[in-house]
Ligand binder design. Structure first.
Ligand SMILES: [Zn+2]
Length: 306
């Protein structure tokens, strides 16, 4: 073997090792941080859920507004390159005499710019109209596929009067990217300030969960009949993230979302513990087509807003 052939082969070998390590680090790896903690005190959450007087939620409706399409490994690091349907939803909590909305999906224009593969205009219009009638609107976090319907709403000033954006969500508009609220729309707005948990309606409790974004939170809902839900926001895109305690690929969290990966891993571990201990608590991840279909089939979620 000549000197140059040997050099070329050595270089290819070194590049292959570097490439393999980079592939593992950015596409496959998902480890638990060695320090830090995250815990949810479900006893306290349930106490708060019962602390507000009034009738609890009777039904939860869902609008599947749009879908993205991601490789599986983007959602659960190491899950390979088969394509995953990534639905974008909005939820309507139906009380006897009023309604509340969790997350507002995104507008068609925002969605197309962000690469959605499908959009249901009728679902979006029903959500838009339901926002006009809602007595309360919350978003799990300040990303465009959750705040987009709010940002684009034609009656934003009126809608904001019933919308409880948190201080962290308002303070981090850069995370809203292309779905930023119009300039000046939050002038004089008083954001929701809370520490770990806060009850916002009978049976409904917000649970702070920063990491995916600074303003990330989960929403616990206890129906009047006792059925319990935990809307995870994008702490977990799928229930599989909770089951196997694995994060999205680092390529996604580091360069596209810029999230606090350690914080999310600790949250996933706590959700895993709760999921094992309390199988009757229905976890609804941010973008899980399997959970969405199963929840519709079981009647845990009802198709189309009222
Ligand atoms: Zn999302």
């Amino acid at each position: 073997m000549g000197k140059w052939t040997r050099r070329i082969l050595t270089t290819i070998g070194v590049l292959a090792v570097i490439g393999g390590a980079a592939y593992y680090w950015f596409i496959v790896e998902s480890h638990m941080p060695s320090s830090g903690s995250y815990a949810i005190d479900m006893t306290e959450v349930r106490r708060l859920a019962g602390s507000m007087p009034g009738d609890k939620v009777q039904e939860i409706h869902v609008e599947h507004v749009a879908s993205f399409s991601f490789p599986a490994t983007a959602t659960v690091a190491g899950d390979g390159w088969n394509t995953l349907d990534v639905p974008v939803q909005s939820y309507q909590l139906v009380f006897p005499d009023h309604t509340a909305i969790i997350d507002t999906a995104l507008s068609e224009a925002t969605g197309k710019a962000a690469g959605i593969v499908s959009f249901d205009g009728q679902a979006y219009d029903r959500m838009d109209a339901a926002m006009d009638k809602a007595s309360l609107i919350v978003i799990t976090h300040e990303h465009l596929d959750h705040i987009g319907g709010l940002s684009a709403h034609p009656h934003l000033a009126q809608i904001l009067q019933v919308t409880r954006l948190t201080k962290e969500q308002v303070d981090n508009p850069e995370y809203m990217t292309t779905a930023k609220l119009p300039a000046g729309s939050l002038d004089g707005y008083k954001p929701l300030v809370y520490d770990r948990y806060v009850a916002i309606a009978p049976g409904v409790v917000l649970i702070k969960a920063p990491g995916h974004t600074p303003g990330s939170q989960m929403v616990y809902v206890q129906r009047a009949d006792g059925t319990e839900y935990l809307f995870l926001g994008d702490v977990a895109w799928t229930l599989r993230n909770v089951d196997v305690v694995r994060e999205r690929a680092r390529l996604i969290t580091q360069f596209f979302i810029r999230e606090d990966r350690d914080a999310v891993m600790l949250e996933l571990a706590e959700l895993h513990r709760i999921h094992e201990a309390e199988p009757k608590l229905h976890m609804i991840p941010g973008h899980d087509a399997i959970v969405l279909a199963a929840s519709l089939k079981d009647g845990l979620l009802i198709d189309k807003f009222k």
